[in-house]
Design a protein. Structure first.
Length: 121
């Protein structure tokens, strides 16, 4: 008996888990935050956003220097590791697990500073 087109397609598709989907959303939103930060810089050239398995790379040039931001999924801690390289040397690193930590991570990567926590009223 021949299989229908629908049955063939069901065999070749992998199920996406809720965790995988949530991680993809967190990664995408973090990339948007980086893009917003880069839009504020002047003198940028050759900006590239490169997806890879379990991560992302952002390359750009500014002030005659080559910059690379590496975002990698941590397997054991269920978070993300972010590292900034300038001309091949690591200059900053941070990590995040949730959208609440974006502001601190972006500030640490671009400015080298932590953002003070907001006081709750």
């Amino acid at each position: 008996m021949m299989k229908t087109k629908k049955e063939k397609n069901e065999k070749n598709t992998a199920q996406v888990t809720v965790t995988d989907y949530d991680n993809a959303v967190v990664m995408t939103n973090f990339i948007v935050e980086i893009q917003k930060k880069l839009e504020k810089f002047s003198g940028l050239s050759e900006v590239r956003f490169v997806p890879k398995m379990d991560g992302y790379r952002v390359y750009y040039k500014a002030d005659g220097k080559d910059y690379k931001i590496s975002i990698d999924k941590k397997i054991l801690t269920n978070g993300f590791s972010v590292k900034k390289y300038v001309d091949g040397f690591k200059k900053a690193s941070a990590s995040f697990k949730s959208p609440e930590q974006y502001e601190n991570t972006v500030a640490k990567i671009f400015d080298g500073k932590k953002v003070k926590a907001k006081k709750k009223k």
